[in-house]
Design a protein around this ligand. Structure first.
Ligand code: AMP
Length: 296
């Protein structure tokens, strides 16, 4: 695996691959790799001949400078994990390579990019879309891989790629979790042991919502109340919503697949997670309460 820092080096690598008839898969990341990132890289390796991983802690998508400063940076470990997962090229540019003096263009996705994470983190998706548009232009991959863990990001990027007619296929992959249910996240390594336990309230709340929906509960407010109850006294929920997975609008009633998405602060670490439950076709009568998983 080669590590490169400049755009011409990336273009030379993927240009040579293309000339040899080889397809390219891109996995955009901010580093601090875990098994979720590696799952994306392995999927890229199964679908494409060449796997390019970008590693760039993109300053423009952070709404809090403290979060940007605290974001883990472990490039040597990342290079080893990317190599292990089959990457051919690791593109790790300096900020000046991506945003040279005079940089003045921003890509925004209206609507989808303005709710949930977009509302709680002003400017976040403009930063994400601009950097992903640049990476898609630099690498020109056949397929780009993203995690369902960032469900809204996946939707926003699909919208951007469709709207701008970008010649790339976007693939989403399921969330990889630790054995106890916590979704893997680069930010998890900033959790203290106590906060790591408290953080389990987030997947526990989502799994309560999921089970209520599978048991036949159709009222989003009841589902939210059951889930929110699980988090009390443990994590500081920013939002927990039951929305249409196609456009993120609140659903008046659960009649098909829904996205239950949540964001929470655990200490000074902000975590997001989601599930995509579908009510069973032969659901029993709506449940009045669902079993609540103990997370203490
Ligand atoms: P990040 O480095 O956090 O920007 O994430 C890079 C990519 O990995 C994004 O497409 C994320 O959605 C994806 N990702 C992050 N965490 C997970 C996870 N636990 N499971 C699967 N994909 C993930």
């Amino acid at each position: 695996m080669k590590v490169v820092r400049t755009i011409p080096e990336v273009r030379a690598h993927v240009g040579a691959a293309r000339a040899a008839g080889r397809t390219t898969g891109l996995v955009p990341t901010m580093g601090a790799f875990h098994a979720g990132h590696q799952a994306l890289m392995r999927a890229a390796g199964e679908a494409c001949d060449e796997v390019v991983v970008s590693l760039f802690v993109n300053p423009t998508q952070f709404d809090e400078s403290s979060d940007f400063a605290a974001y883990p940076r472990v490039e040597d470990d990342d290079a080893a994990l990317a190599r292990e997962a089959g990457a051919a090229l690791l593109f790790a540019p300096a900020p000046g390579e991506m945003y040279p003096g005079g940089f003045a263009t921003t890509v925004t996705v209206a609507g989808l990019g303005e709710v949930l994470e977009g509302a709680h983190r002003p400017g976040h998706f403009a930063g994400v879309c601009t950097v992903v548009a640049k990476l898609l232009s630099i690498v020109a991959p056949d397929v780009a891989f993203f995690g369902q863990k960032d469900a809204q990001q996946l939707l926003v990027i699909r919208r951007m790629v469709a709207d701008l007619d970008l010649p790339v296929e976007v693939r989403g992959l399921p969330t990889v979790r630790d054995a106890d249910g916590l979704a893997l996240s680069s930010r998890n390594r900033r959790l203290s042991p106590v906060d790591r336990r408290l953080a389990l309230a987030l997947p526990a709340a989502l799994s309560v919502a999921e089970r209520a929906i599978r048991a036949g509960e159709r009222d989003p407010e009841t589902i939210r109340r059951l889930a929110i109850d699980v988090t009390r006294g443990r994590i500081e929920l920013e939002y927990l919503v039951v929305v249409d997975p196609r456009d993120l609008t609140p659903v008046p009633e659960v009649t098909g697949e829904v996205l239950v998405a949540a964001a929470a602060r655990v200490g000074d670490v902000r975590l997001i997670d989601n599930v995509l439950p579908t009510p069973s076709p032969r659901s029993p009568a709506p449940a009045t309460s669902a079993p609540v998983q103990e997370v203490s």
